[in-house]
Write a protein that binds this ligand. Sequence first.
Ligand SMILES: [Mg+2]
Length: 188
Amino acid sequence: MPFTPNASWTLFLDRDGVINQKWENDYVRTREAFIFLPGVKKALKHLASVFHRIIIVTNQQGIGKACMTHDDLIRIHGYMLEEIHRSGGRIDGIYYCSELAHDNPVSRKPNTGMAYEAKADFPAIVFEKSVVVGDSESDMEFGKRLGMHRVFLTRGEEARGVIGAELADQTFPDLPAFVAGLSAQIKG
Ligand SMILES: [Mg+2]
C-alpha cells in the first residue's frame, strides 16, 4: 500500500545491500571494503528532507564470529557518516547486532530489539509511522512485526523471484528508485 510520509515519520534503513555493496562471501571488514552503491549518497540527501529521523539497523555477526571487531565497525561507520554528511545527507542513529544468528538474539533482525533501542533514544518514533527499507526477508519480517511500512529492494534480481519480496508493501530495484517513487507519491 502506498504511504505518504511527512516530517513526523522515521526511516529505518538496512545497511548492506541498501547503502553499500554487499559481498557474497565476506563481511565489510574495512573501510576500503565499504563501497557506496550508485546514487545512494544523493538519495540519502533527498531522504533527509523527507524524514524526521533516519536510523540504520544492521546485523553484523562478523563481529560475533571474530572476523572483525567493534572498533573495525565503528571506523567503517565513521567513514560512512563522513561521506553521507559531505553529500548533504544525515543519519540520526546507527544500531547494530554483533551477535550470532545461531543464538537468535533479541536485537538481531528479524527480531525487533534494535527498533526498541532506537525508540528508547528517540521516544517520538512511532513504528506505524515508520518505513523500513531492506534487501532481505529478515528486514521485511522485522518491519511486519513492528507494523511498519515495508519497502523491499530487489537489487535487480526481481526476475528470479526474491525471498522476502512477498512481505513488502512496495518493491524497488534500489534506494534511488525508492526515492523517485516516493517523490511521485508525495506529489500525489
Ligand atoms: Mg541487507
